[in-house]
Design a protein around this ligand. Sequence first.
Ligand SMILES: O=C(O)CCC(=O)C(=O)O
Length: 273
Amino acid sequence: MEKPISTGIKRSLVDDKARGKLFDDLEANGFCVVENVLTAAEVSGIRKKLLDAAIESNRRGVPTHIPSLDPNDANVRVFNLLDLDPVFLELMERPEAIEFVKTLVGDDFIVSNFTANIARPGAQSMHAHSDLGIVFPGPWLKPWSMNVLWCLDDVHHDNGATRYLPNSHKITSAKDVPHDMLDNMLSFNAKAGSIIIMDGRLWHTSGENVTENEERAIVFGYYSAAFLRPQVNWNVLLAETTQRNLSPLTRRWLGLNGTANMLSADFIEGPDQ
Ligand SMILES: O=C(O)CCC(=O)C(=O)O
């Protein structure tokens, strides 16, 4: 059995009152918006690297338009970001995100996926879904997964902000998902540099970008409880050189060690308990 590794997180990164309000929002609404996590310089640097990553992804033969996902190529999808630029590994590990992961999902989590979607003018909605529903058929009793949306542009209704169904993080089974959910969805609103923390149970879809010339770039860091198989197999996706430079903690978060899925059971110690 592996020994626990310290995460180095010793304190809350926002003051306690503000932090309490964020966690209240997350519990009540299934999401919260944390402003000013990235500086303007970070946003512009990461955004440029994302555009380069999209070009490199196509060069490697991983297309950025997936017809089964998006109706047209105005949605630019970038997969396997962790292998495309070290800046995305840094984002994946940022304490501002990990604090929410540990509080919502728990200490024993894995990184399920790390991707981006740049919604360009003309982008249309994908199928509505919950991220937990994609990796686990239910019942969805706890926040066993969550997404961190790194906003690299201002995100609002007209440029294709992610749309969510209010209160849908309380839905525990597919039969309770309302058929008219698209009519009742609302758009996220967040400034560039914010992160949106989204409970994996919240039903959502990408919005439509109806602007003439505004792009909407979001990086999605998807984390789940370690007992859920991740969306991708990092052992295969990450190049040897990328893997060689990872810390022991990052290796564990990516499920790169020999052991996996050892910690979920609540053991009953004796016959009287
Ligand atoms: O781009 C968005 O707004 C949502 C993307 C999404 O939900 C997904 O890719 O699963």
